[in-house]
Design a binder for this molecule. Structure first.
Ligand code: DQA
Length: 146
């Protein structure tokens, strides 16, 4: 069983970037914690970040021939803009949880709409880095039971 964690644009800057919204953990430390959590449950995990919409879409396309059991995705700014990334996720039909570090509903109105939420198994927004751990906990429980 394998989980893919996808991080969208600017999330490579976590730790430096607006810590009031996104906390002080780096992406590297978030990924390392997720890896530990996955190892403890004996499941595989891959983490992937890109600032490029096409690269994220192509990464999702690889799942057509090399499937994973679950995706955890923070589409970052593409949440609010990308029909193309949404369509890629619907094409491969892998269940996913949408995660946001910040509470997007407590911020500017352009962040209130997501192109992903209605396709997601669930959405976690506003719990900081803990949101990824909670999403992974859900994924582990569901895929190991299946
Ligand atoms: C974000 C929220 C988005 O609105 C923003 O563009 C991001 C990060 C979050 O994790 O809170 O880059 O997805």
């Amino acid at each position: 069983k394998t989980v893919l964690v996808l991080h969208g644009p600017n999330l490579n800057l976590l730790g430096l970037r607006e810590p009031n919204h996104y906390g002080s953990d780096t992406l590297e430390s978030i990924n390392a914690q997720l890896k530990q959590q996955a190892d403890a449950a004996s499941i595989g995990i891959e983490t992937f970040q890109s600032n490029d919409e096409a690269v994220l879409i192509e990464k999702i396309h690889t799942l057509a021939h090399t499937p994973v059991d679950f995706i955890i995705i923070n589409p970052a700014a593409f949440t609010h803009t990308s029909v193309a990334l949404r369509d890629a996720l619907s094409a491969v039909k892998v269940p996913f949880i949408e995660v946001h570090l910040s509470n997007i509903y407590a911020r500017e109105s352009f962040r209130h709409h997501s192109y992903f939420s209605d396709l997601a198994v669930g959405v976690i927004s506003g719990l900081g880095a803990r949101g990824y751990a909670l999403a992974l906990d859900y994924a582990i429980n569901n895929i190991t039971r299946a």
